[in-house]
Each structure stands twice: as structure tokens, then as C-alpha cells.
Design a protein around this ligand. Structure first.
Ligand SMILES: [Zn+2]
Length: 360
């Protein structure tokens, strides 16, 4: 698709270098030291987004939870200070927009007062004051994504609406969530320029894509003008999404990957911005390849599980777990068990006692 030319002016854009060969390595800053990053490294896509020419090795790759990281002139990431086993470097909150249009906040994260304050401060008005947020969107209602929405709303001018999908009855108690307004599949959330220079400025449009699978109330958001996908927890960089039944559902997860692949092809999406980890992609082939790879990975695991069941038809879930996940560390098995149950359900092998969500 053709993107408006004014997008290319003030900040480097991936669209600038579509005709240049992709460098095989890029340079970013780790601990303040220039560090080479190769194509298979996790941060490669992020460097392709922030310095498409490869000649501006000033981008910090260390995780920043005290200051926002600019990824494009209209996209900023602020990582919550909640790193951990399940959250990786922490939850990525994103601000989309600019001072002239106001911002959409994606995934305010946990209700961490300092993090919410920093998000508020990063959403600048033209006069330099904060709180210029028009809408708050939660990709889903897990506790590391949505609890910050209400305190952020309370702080901001005009109390922007919290948008998303309500939690399903299958969700755990900690994920109970009711948005101010329910998002429709494929609806557009648009930020319109205001003020004296409005006619020269660009709008920013997020297309909502329902993507059940990781959570029944999961949505992804496609930034139409820039060809970026905010993937929430459906696609991560550096870790594997847990599918935790019954709110998580493997069949839905795989189908949602197909939906995202089609959307990325239709909108020439070149970068995927996950809720945990660095930016993925660098070209449409790389972004779509990441999605195809995820699907292939799941189906490969499922084939392995089917083979384990065939070899041990009288076994229990706990017998199958170490065999089906013999390539991951035993400390990961309790979490892997949730995804194993999701695969068993998809294969039609789920024992009855596992169809209910365990106590939180
Ligand atoms: Zn989640």
C-alpha cells in the first residue's frame, strides 16, 4: 500500500529503505557500548525499524522502564517494571500518536503508580504538559496488561474511555474485566490532527483484529498508515505464548494466527510490536515469516504430543508432559502443562478433570 509522504520527513521510516538491500548486521547500544546484532538475533527487527539505514547506532537495546523509547515518530514504548518468568523483560505499554492528535495508550500494564505516571508524562500536549490520551486499549485482561487502565484514565484529561473486549466466563478471577466500550472486529480507532497546523499533519488509524487463543478476549491492533502490528501476547519475541485452557484455546490461537497473517499481507505489515520483547520483522516477508514460524512450531509440538500419546496410550497428562516437552527445562513444565492441555483439547484427548480453570 502507498503511505503518505509526510510520514517520511521527521523520523526515519522503514518505508525509506524498501529499495535498499537489507544489511546482514546492524548496530545498537547495550550498556552504552555499540554492539553488532545479526539477522537471527531478537533485536534485529527493532533496529531495522528505528534506524532503517543502519547508520545510526544510537538505539538502546537495554530494557528501559524509567524512560520511554521512541520507535517511530508516532510510536513510543514504555516497558513496565515487572520483569519475570512469565513477563520476560516486562510488559510493553505503547503510545501511538503525537502531540497534535493526542495518543492511544495500548496495554497500560499492571497498576504500578510510577509506570502509570510515566505513561501520563510521555503523552505530551503541544504545550509540553502530559496526559494527552484519547483512548486506552487493552489487548486482553491478564493482570500484567489491563489493571493500569483505570488509574491512567483517572489521571488523564477528559477521562479517556477504556476499550477492549470483556473477559469471558472462562477467565480466571484476576483477569475479570469490563471495558467502557466493547471493540468491534475490524473497527478503526482514529486520531485526527487538531490545532492550527492540522491540515499538514497526519492521522493515525488502528484497526482492531479479534484474536482469541491466548485469551478469549484478546485483540491485536494494526497501525494502518505505518504497517505495524501491535500483537499483545498473541505473538511474542523471545518467549512462547502460554495457551491456558479453558480461556486459552489452541484451535482459536492457530486460527487467529491465520487471521493475522492475512491482515499483514493485506496491509503490507513489516513490523510486529509484541507486549513482551523487542520489535520483530523488518520486511513483510520477515513479519509474515515470524507468524508462519509460530504456527509451524505449534503444529510440530502437537505432532510430537500425538506421537507420545500413541506410544503411551494408557499414560496420564503428567506421564506425557516430560516426554512431550523433553526439549525444555523442567522448571518450565508447570507452565508447559497448560499448553499441553490446550494441545490435548485440540487433539480431542483432553481428560474431563482438566476442562475447568484451576483456582487462581
Ligand atoms: Zn497474557
Amino acid at each position: 500500500m502507498v503511505r503518505p509522504n509526510q510520514r517520511l520527513h521527521s523520523h526515519p521510516s522503514h518505508a525509506d529503505v524498501q529499495t535498499s538491500p537489507t544489511p546482514a548486521q546492524r548496530t545498537g547500544l547495550l550498556g552504552g557500548i555499540a554492539t553488532h546484532v545479526l539477522q537471527h538475533d531478537m533485536a534485529f527487527g527493532e533496529l531495522a525499524l528505528v534506524c532503517p539505514t543502519g547508520h545510526e547506532p544510537q538505539h538502546p537495546l537495554d530494557w528501559q522502564s524509567t524512560q520511554p523509547v521512541r520507535l517511530l515518530r508516532n510510536v513510543v514504548r514504555l516497558t513496565a517494571p515487572n520483569p519475570g518468568f512469565m513477563t520476560g523483560p516486562g510488559t510493553n505499554s505503547y503510545l501511538v500518536g503525537d502531540a497534535g492528535t493526542g495518543f492511544i495508550a495500548i496495554d497500560p500494564g499492571p497498576a504500578d503508580a510510577d509506570h502509570i505516571q510515566r505513561l501520563w508524562r510521555a503523552a505530551l500536549h503541544p504545550d509540553g504538559s502530559g496526559g494527552n490520551i484519547r483512548m486506552i486499549v487493552c489487548t486482553h485482561s491478564h493482570p500484567d496488561h489491563s489493571p493500569g487502565a483505570a488509574p491512567l484514565k483517572a489521571m488523564c484529561d477528559g477521562h479517556p474511555p477504556i476499550l477492549g473486549l470483556p473477559s469471558a466466563p472462562t477467565a480466571r478471577a484476576a483477569s475479570a474485566f469490563t471495558p467502557d466500550r466493547l471493540l468491534q472486529n475490524n473497527e478503526h480507532l482514529t486520531l485526527i490532527p487538531r490545532g492550527p497546523d492540522a491540515s499538514l499533519a497526519s492521522s493515525h488509524t488502528l484497526q482492531v483484529i479479534h484474536t482469541p487463543g491466548h485469551a478469549a478476549n484478546h485483540v491485536c491492533l494494526l497501525l494502518v498508515e505505518d504497517g505495524l502490528l501491535f500483537s499483545g501476547d498473541h505473538i511474542l519475541n523471545g518467549s512462547t505464548t502460554v495457551i491456558d485452557p479453558p480461556d486459552g484455546h489452541m484451535g482459536d490461537y492457530l486460527q487467529s494466527l491465520d487471521t493475522l497473517l492475512a491482515a499483514c499481507q493485506a496491509h503490507d505489515v513489516q513490523f510486529i510490536l509484541p507486549a513482551h520483547g523487542h520489535v520483530l520483522g523488518g520486511s513483510q516477508a520477515a513479519a509474515c515469516g515470524a507468524i508462519s514460524h509460530l504456527k509451524a512450531h505449534r503444529l510440530k509440538r502437537e505432532a510430537k504430543i500425538a506421537a507420545v500419546i500413541k506410544a503411551h496410550p494408557q499414560g496420564t497428562v503428567d506421564d506425557w508432559l516430560p516426554l512431550a516437552y523433553d526439549d525444555v527445562a523442567p522448571r518450565v513444565w508447570p507452565v508447559a502443562k497448560r499448553s499441553l492441555l490446550a494441545h490435548l483439547e485440540h487433539l480431542g484427548h483432553l481428560p474431563d478433570q482438566h476442562t475447568k480453570a484451576p483456582a487462581p
